[in-house]
Design a binder for this molecule. Structure first.
Ligand SMILES: *Cc1c(COP(=O)(O)O)cnc(C)c1O
Length: 362
């Protein structure tokens, strides 16, 4: 594989992060970029100073939406190591998204090793406080200038880094969710399982209207019957019932979250009855009325685990666990974050220490 070119800008000032980092406002000094052309394939990887992108107004993805992205995190552990959580799963998922919208796949092993180099160069940007981390945003877009609906013939890949704090202003406080039945996010055989900006475009109006009504996010129902619950915009959802924990089954319109996969694996190891199945909003309301809901929570890289305290569907308001974080949500959050911050050993091979030698991929 090709050598990375390094164009590193010398740091003249000490990095100073604000006390309240927020999410997605601050970027590090360098990005990784790579190009794709039909003749050369993926080529010209370079780590270079962050700068604006100049592009032709006909650049294809602006008009036709051919773009995909990933979101993963690097952490500084209590031992001072720098680790990345499940990078192989994230780059493999990038390739699954790529296939769905005709973007050429990347070499997973090359990308992991290139990301290690980039994170190492920017390691002083990684916050040390627990709850804070370095958010990693790889993305790819069709870059040739052409008006016409075709897959592009050239592409750009960029990895952008952003030091972040809590995703929701509520922190670990439970959030308020509106069950959305006015709009749909995706449909089976559509783009739901692809991490592409189009799904977010479809979600904006619903999210905006929910916020105006005082909710943090919306819970999407399936796009065809609007009876089955799917996911919470940027998170997958789990319903903790008395005799089982339900995760809506991956059916093609739900994004297959890597945190979701992590949660399911842990619940199985804890011998809990985790079931991936279809579940209707009516069933959720019935289980609420019979007192069978112990907790509801979301999972995603940005917030890790986020407890849902209030769920509203039409004129029914459900208060989950008295609006307090559920026991299971807390236990999962503690377990996953302890592994990420090096407090507990990682016996799953989820953590990649960036100072390890070259990574092998299965
Ligand atoms: C990224 C994403 C998630 C969460 O996936 P993770 O891999 O756990 O971060 C859930 N839903 C949607 C729509 C997403 O884009």
């Amino acid at each position: 594989m090709e050598q990375i070119e390094y164009r590193i800008k010398e740091r003249t000032r000490k990095i100073q992060l604000p006390t309240n980092l927020g999410f997605g406002n601050i970027f590090t000094d360098h990005v990784l970029e790579m190009d794709y052309s039909k003749e050369k394939g993926w080529n010209n990887p370079v780590i270079k100073p962050l700068e604006n992108i100049a592009m032709h107004p006909a650049t294809m993805f602006i008009h036709y939406g051919q773009a995909i992205f990933e979101g993963l995190k690097a952490y500084k552990t209590v031992n001072g190591d720098v680790v990345i959580f499940r990078p192989e799963d994230h780059f493999k998922r990038l390739n699954i998204s790529a296939k769905r919208i005709c973007i050429p796949e990347i070499d997973v092993k090359f990308m992991i090793n290139a990301l290690k180099e980039l994170v190492n160069i920017e390691r002083d940007w990684i916050p040390e406080t627990q709850g804070e981390s370095l958010y990693i945003r790889p993305f790819i877009y069709g870059s040739d200038p052409f008006l016409g609906v075709n897959p592009a013939s050239s592409y750009k890949l960029i990895i952008l880094l952003s030091p972040v704090g809590a995703y929701y202003p509520e922190g670990f406080r439970p959030i308020k969710i509106l069950v959305q039945d006015e709009y749909v996010r995706s449909v089976r055989k559509g783009l739901g399982e692809c991490k592409t900006p189009a799904n977010y475009a479809a979600s904006l109006l619903a999210g905006h209207e929910a916020m105006q009504k005082g909710f943090t996010q919306v819970l999407w129902l399936d796009g065809v019957t609007q009876r089955y619950i799917e996911e919470v915009g940027t998170m997958n959802i789990f319903i903790n019932l008395k005799d089982e924990i339900v995760a809506p089954k991956l059916n093609g319109s739900i994004l297959p979250g890597i945190t979701r996969k992590t949660v399911i694996q842990l619940l199985k190891e804890w011998n809990m009855n985790i079931v991936e199945r279809d579940i209707t909003i009516n069933e959720v309301m019935e289980k609420y009325d019979s007192g069978d809901i112990l907790g509801i929570f979301g999972s995603g890289t940005a917030a890790v685990i986020s407890s849902i305290g209030w769920l509203t569907y039409k004129d029914k308001n459900m208060v989950i666990n008295k609006g307090e974080p559920g026991k299971l949500a807390i236990k999962l959050f503690d377990k996953i974050t302890s592994i990420q911050y090096g407090i507990q050993a990682d016996d799953h091979d989820w953590i990649l220490n960036i100072d390890n030698k070259e990574v092998e991929v299965n």
